[in-house]
Design a protein around this ligand. Structure first.
Ligand SMILES: [Zn+2]
Ligand SMILES: [Zn+2]
Length: 370
């Protein structure tokens, strides 16, 4: 008995010994703490003729008043499922600039150094930061960000325009600059008439400006939707619930030249939380590409057909059908499906998509069959 006990004790000790020997007494990494560093997959359909790119054209770093480095912007955007970002540090004297070397081109240089291995596109850009009017403007696709460093807003915008920049009016309804009413000032008219305004943010950070969507439609400008983040994404957004806000760009390919062409042509849709906003034709194209209506799986004794309505992608849709056959609203979340009841007499359905804004006060209508 004693011998058996001794043997057991010996075995137990040698087992512990062999476990310990698998570890390095000097340095043993604890595997479960290591991040898998995965990219969240966000599936958005392509539309005929174009790929759909997920973009954020408004981000800050420590090179203005942000609190993260440019390389982190690239890494987190990749993890958040985006394809394209622009680092748009303020062109002004931010306190951090006292301590950091380099000019206004430096943040792009750092971001670019990180972007290639992660297959991210980084657009060279800056934020022309002036009091209202005219407020803040992002100049995208510039060659020299430092050239935007001009006291006079018009001189700064002219410098951007000379470089062929795509110029976006940022956060037009930001309360710090437009406390009561979101106004289109005479200064904006002048900038627009000079051909120096090519897009407007209808959404910025957590704010949606329906009136700005109407301006985009009236003046044929690109509908833009950006985060304007200063901290890390996880500090500001609940990414478990919704992807971070983004501008969807319908581009011929992933090259910078193609993205620039798509923006100037206004081929964009804004996606923020449960909302989409943009020009009718692009929202309708997205809806048709995302939704599949299956052949009827059942017909009841009153002749009502039942169809599966499948959302094959991650875009959310809230739909109603006008005909008497299909009452009520159906919420089709990311990759969700619903069953719809259609009277046999109904051959055509018109879906009202109440979360897809085609104007400040209007929503998308799509006919089926399409
Ligand atoms: Zn701003
Ligand atoms: Zn900003």
């Amino acid at each position: 008995m004693k011998a058996i006990l001794q043997k057991l004790i010996f075995t137990a000790f040698s087992l512990i010994g062999s476990l310990l020997s698998a570890q390095d007494a000097n340095n043993t990494p604890v595997a479960e703490l290591i991040s898998p560093m995965y990219r969240t997959r966000i599936d958005v359909p392509a539309i005929p003729g174009y790929v759909t790119l997920k973009c954020d054209f408004h981000l800050h770093t420590v090179f203005s008043d942000g609190i993260v480095w440019p390389q982190i912007r690239v890494q987190e955007a990749w993890m958040d499922g985006l394809d394209v970002i622009a680092i748009t540090d303020h062109i002004r004297k931010d306190p951090s600039k006292e301590y950091l070397p380099g000019d206004n081109n430096q943040s792009y240089a750092f971001a670019r150094s990180r972007s290639q291995e992660w297959d991210m596109v980084v657009i060279k850009a800056g934020e022309i930061t002036k009091k209202m009017p005219p407020g803040h403007f992002n100049a995208l696709f510039v060659q020299d960000v430092d050239s935007l460093n001009q006291e006079d807003p018009m001189a700064a915008l002219a410098a951007a325009a000379r470089q062929g920049a795509f110029i976006q009016w940022n956060h037009p309804g930001w309360k710090s600059q437009q406390p009561d009413t979101t106004r289109w000032w005479p200064e904006h008219e002048k900038i627009y008439e000079k051909g120096w305004m090519h897009g407007i943010e209808v959404f910025n950070f957590i704010e949606w400006y329906p009136i700005a969507l109407d301006w985009c439609l009236e003046k044929n400008l690109a509908v833009m939707c950006n985060s304007d983040l200063h901290g890390a994404t996880s500090m500001h957004y609940d990414l478990e619930k919704w992807p971070r806000p983004m501008t969807l760009v319908f581009s011929r390919d992933r090259s910078e030249a193609a993205i620039r062409e798509a923006l100037f042509a206004g081929r964009t849709v804004a996606w923020f939380g449960s909302h989409l906003a943009g020009k009718k034709e692009y929202l309708a194209a997205l809806f048709r590409a995302a939704i599949r209506i299956m052949p009827a799986h059942y017909t009841d004794d009153k002749g009502n057909r039942f169809h599966h309505l499948i959302n094959e992608y991650d875009l959310p849709w809230k739909i109603k059908e006008k005909s008497a056959a299909f009452k009520g609203e159906v919420w089709l979340p990311r990759a969700g499906s619903a069953v719809i009841k259609v009277n046999s007499a109904v051959e055509k359905m018109t879906f009202t998509v109440s979360n897809a804004h085609t104007a400040g006060k209007d929503v998308l209508q799509v006919q089926w069959p399409w």
